[in-house]
Design a protein around this ligand. Structure first.
Ligand code: UD1
Ligand code: UDP
Length: 419
């Protein structure tokens, strides 16, 4: 592509009139692409909007998730405006998707010249934005920094490691995250423990979720069902693993109702596999209610009213902890250990007998409660906005290091002059 093509694409994406020069207000691009990102972005966007004399949030949606039920519904329910910038990246292999986002994003960053880029969580959109911002010298903040599953077979773990290596401001949800980062040699000055932003959204939406009529629509009763979500490649891409999952579903459904809002990856894979998996995806398995991915409010209501949750989702492990609903995590590890040490989460792995027995007990005798980790209090967005302001207006670690390096170079030059 020659330069004029490039310039043309650039002005198409971001009109020159949108570019602000020399303003004292700092432009912050908030990057979101996938379902859990939208849920994390909402409270921070709203908090930044409350500081118009200093900060101006710009919402960039990469288009990694694009179905109405995976994207638009969250903007509507969480009362977010339309994204300022939409990249339309769509699905693809990891390299395709990440590269497509990076190419488009570079154009945006060149034109918009943001003062900071904020990324959330561990999805490919997060990785793409982090690399692009870091290479362009744009300060990068990572919300949900420091989580580690210590399992590089998960694409998210690679995304977390790269993002945290590149970030200038690492905003952590829990103490274990601080420990992980410090062990990896991240300077303490870059790390701020802010708590869990997922809980800001949850706490803020609980009363609205309570009004959801999802129980009536599905014809189920409070406390009389298990809720299930499943979408990790490690669980739903491989036929043998899916067979174990199906054993778990059948084992529980022999006596109890399961509600399973099905993620598009899972739906596509199960349908392709046919047999029991296909029957589950088609909603023809006894006692299993399959739904499309649900909106946030309906899903939150289901979590709150369920007897037990079976999941491989990161966000659901956290939300069930806050709600005190027993959660069975069907994975060999978790990057969210506080949900076990403080909360209601149990790490089950993919053991059908153990999963079924736990689920049965919780379904037979409803239990509720456990603890809530420190700073999971609904005020994380305020702490993040404070940390961003401090970083942008009061100097930061990188600037201190730059000053140190400059002084050292000056000293070396001085030494030559005097020798
Ligand atoms: C992604 C994240 C994962 C996160 C999950 C949240 C990465 C590597 N993975 O996984 O960490 O937990 O989102 O839900 O970023 N699809 C649709 N419609 C959509 C989106 C996806 O049909 O709106 C289908 C496509 O066939 C696509 C597949 O789902 O190929 C996977 O989507 P993708 O965004 O690549 O990964 P997820 O499995 O959704
Ligand atoms: N969620 C939702 N509808 C659903 C399933 C999940 O709104 O049908 C919400 C859930 O409450 C949580 C988030 O989506 O806030 C978790 O997203 P997901 O499991 O897709 O991703 P992960 O957290 O594993 O990255």
């Amino acid at each position: 592509m020659n330069n004029s093509d490039y310039e043309q694409r650039l002005s198409k994406r971001v009109p020159a009139s949108d570019v602000r020069a020399g303003s004292a207000v700092k432009d912050i691009i908030l990057v979101a692409g996938a379902r859990p990102n939208f849920i994390k972005l909402a409270p921070l966007y709203k908090e930044l909007c409350r500081r118009p004399e200093k900060l101006c949030p710009i919402v960039l949606h990469t288009g990694q998730h694009y179905d109405q039920k995976m994207s638009d519904v969250f903007f509507q329910e969480l009362e977010l405006p339309e994204p300022d910038i939409f990249l339309g990246a769509g699905s693809g292999t990891h390299a395709e998707q990440t590269a497509r986002i990076m190419v488009e994003m570079e154009l945006i960053f060149m034109r918009r010249k943001p003062d900071m880029v904020v990324v959330f969580g561990d999805v490919n959109s997060t990785l793409a934005a982090s690399i692009t911002a870091a290479k362009m010298g744009i300060p990068l903040a990572h919300v949900e920094a420091g989580l580690r599953a210590f399992d590089r077979s998960m694409p998210e773990e690679i995304n977390r490691l790269v993002t945290d290596t590149l970030a200038d401001l690492l905003l952590t949800p829990s103490k274990d995250a601080n420990r992980n980062l410090e062990r990896e040699g991240v300077p303490r000055e870059k790390i701020v423990m802010v708590g869990n932003i997922v809980i800001d959204t949850l706490a803020g939406q609980l009363s609205r979720a309570d009004k959801s009529d999802i129980l009536e629509r599905l014809q189920i009763e409070s406390g009389a069902f298990a809720l299930m979500t499943m979408h990790r490649p490690g669980n739903v891409d491989d036929r043998d693993t899916v067979d174990i999952l199906l054993d778990i579903v059948e084992g529980i459904a022999a006596e109890h109702t399961i509600v399973f809002p099905i993620h598009p990856r899972t739906h596509k894979n199960f349908t392709g596999m046919g047999g029991r998996a296909g029957a589950l995806a088609a909603g023809t398995m006894n006692n299993v209610i399959i739904t499309e991915p649900l909106g946030y409010l309906d899903f939150l209501k289901l979590q709150k009213e369920s007897a037990v949750i079976l999941t491989d989702s990161g966000g659901v492990q956290e939300e069930s902890t806050y709600l005190g609903i027993p959660c069975l995590t069907l994975r060999p590890n978790t990057e969210r250990p506080v949900t076990i040490t403080h909360g209601s989460n149990h790490l089950i792995g993919l053991d059908a007998a153990i999963a079924i027995e736990h689920a049965r007990r919780y379904l037979q005798k409803r239990t509720h409660g456990a603890g809530i980790p420190p700073l999971w209090d609904g005020k994380t967005a305020v702490r993040i906005a404070d940390a961003i302001e401090k970083f942008l207006f009061e100097g930061d670690y990188k600037r201190e290091m730059d000053a140190l390096h400059m002084a050292a170079r000056e000293e070396a030059l001085q030494a030559l002059r005097t020798s």
